[in-house]
Design a protein around this ligand. Structure first.
Ligand SMILES: *[C@@H]1O[C@H](CO)[C@@H](O)[C@H](O)[C@H]1NC(C)=O
Ligand SMILES: *[C@@H]1O[C@H](CO)[C@@H](O)[C@H](O)[C@H]1NC(C)=O
Ligand SMILES: *[C@@H]1O[C@H](CO)[C@@H](O)[C@H](O)[C@H]1NC(C)=O
Ligand SMILES: *[C@@H]1O[C@H](CO)[C@@H](O)[C@H](O)[C@H]1NC(C)=O
Ligand SMILES: *[C@@H]1O[C@H](CO)[C@@H](O)[C@H](O)[C@H]1NC(C)=O
Length: 372
């Protein structure tokens, strides 16, 4: 993972006022400048010690931590490893702790403006790390933080350590150059969840229509439910393996379950993604999240409606395009997840149930579905 951006780095050594400076730059080529002092170390301000392959890996760690002001690299006991120490001060802020140490090196942030660098350009020595010769020189990008650097998925942002918590991120699962700004839940159950349906009551008078999206790109909306077709296309681009259903009502009802990442859970993912119309088994396909207090989750054997029979221990009610949001999980006359109901004509939203049955809605009630 680290290697992918590392290859893009070129380290440029610049001579400024007789100190060797290592310049790390972004696209406008002047951002953060490090000086290098061989056979020196800063002691007493180490906040983190780790083994690294080389000084560049240590440099990366320092760049990624806002508290890191400088770092020491020592030879390791193992020839292929070095010891990386991140310091929360520079030698300029604590001169007395700067010591000679043969074989080790100190790299410290120094203040430099773009103008400083330009005026010293003639003194540039042009040294580069031999591994990175000829490559374009860039700061490691945080994937997903802006439209120019979209990530593949919420999960890939989590996995690469580029998460900044719950919120909006840019993803481009099709790698099409036409990214989407989506909502990622980065905290629940380890994070990495992409929100694909969101219905939230902003008043106790529900809207008459559901915001049904027939394209998965509709997930950029604030309020949406996805059709089977939208889910099918999404799954051809995004290799998610789990679904998470989370609804909550003001009356205290909370249904919050995640499909299991095994073949029983996969059958449910395939059904809701329209890869099959075979209704999947409910029991053994999901786990309850910590705050689930639902009746539904405790009675998996009572779920479902298939070919006119209720309580078939299956997900769904046999609906087609509406399967994801309309009665995905319900026990007859007891505990329903329902949005809309085809018995009512005109696609008008008449059911707003979350682990309840024919109960009204209140401000703050929500139905959210995620994939990961
Ligand atoms: C810097 O790190 C040292 C050593 O871990 C610690 O005692 C000190 O509180 C830290 N100072 C700041 C400003 O974070
Ligand atoms: C040092 O940083 C690494 C990540 O680079 C982290 O996993 C580890 O917990 C940190 N150690 C301490 C003592 O903070
Ligand atoms: C920086 O690293 C220190 C030591 O590993 C850690 O305690 C701190 O949380 C990190 N800060 C950030 C912003 O990552
Ligand atoms: C869900 O919908 C509500 C109401 O429009 C909105 O405030 C919220 O930002 C949306 N997204 C999430 C992640 O809750
Ligand atoms: C999948 O996991 C669930 C929960 O751990 C378990 O009940 C079920 O039997 C598993 N299915 C398979 C095929 O292993």
């Amino acid at each position: 993972m680290a290697a992918s951006w590392l290859i893009r780095l070129i380290f440029l050594a610049v001579n400024v006022l007789s100190a060797n400076l290592l310049v790390i730059s972004n696209s406008d080529f002047c951002a953060s400048v490090f000086e290098t002092k061989n056979d020196h170390v800063l002691v007493g301000h180490v906040m983190n010690t780790s083994a690294v392959a080389d000084e560049f890996e240590c440099h990366q760690k320092c760049l990624r931590n806002n508290s890191c002001k400088s770092f020491n690299v020592h030879p390791g006991t193992d020839n292929t490893k070095r010891v990386c120490e991140l310091n929360n001060k520079t030698r300029q802020t604590t001169q007395d702790k700067f010591k000679k140490k043969k074989g080790s090196s100190y790299y410290g942030h120094v203040k430099a403006t773009c103008q400083d660098l330009l005026t010293n350009k003639r003194k540039q020595t042009g040294h580069r790390h031999p591994d990175y010769r000829g490559k374009k020189f860039e700061l490691p990008k945080k994937r997903g933080w802006n439209s120019k650097d979209p990530a593949y998925s919420c999960k890939s942002i989590r996995d690469s350590g580029d998460s900044k918590g719950d919120g909006r991120y840019w993803i481009d699962p099709e790698n099409s150059g036409n990214p989407l700004k989506v909502y990622c839940d980065m905290t629940t159950d380890g994070g990495g969840w992409l929100l694909v349906s969101n219905i939230t009551m902003e008043s106790s008078t529900p809207p008459s229509q559901l915001p049904i999206k027939t394209s998965y790109r509709g997930i950029t909306s604030d309020q949406m439910v996805l059709t089977k077709t939208a889910m099918t296309v999404l799954r051809t681009h995004l290799s998610f393996t789990q679904l998470r259903f989370h609804c909550s009502k003001n009356n205290g009802r909370k249904f919050h379950v995640t499909t299991v990442a095994n073949s029983t859970g996969e059958a449910a993912v395939q059904y809701f993604s329209g890869q099959t119309d075979v209704q999947p088994a409910s029991c053994g396909s999901y786990v309850r999240m910590e705050n689930d207090n639902s009746g539904s989750a405790g009675v998996c054997q009572k779920w479902g409606l298939e070919s006119g029979s209720f309580e078939v221990a299956k997900w769904g009610a046999g609906f087609d395009q509406e399967r994801l949001y309309d009665h995905p999980a319900f026990a007859r006359d007891l505990y329903h997840w329902a949005l809309n109901h085809p018995d009512y004509s005109g696609g008008q939203a008449k059911r707003w149930e979350c682990d309840d049955y024919l109960v009204g809605v209140n401000t703050g009630d929500f139905w959210k579905i995620y994939v990961r």
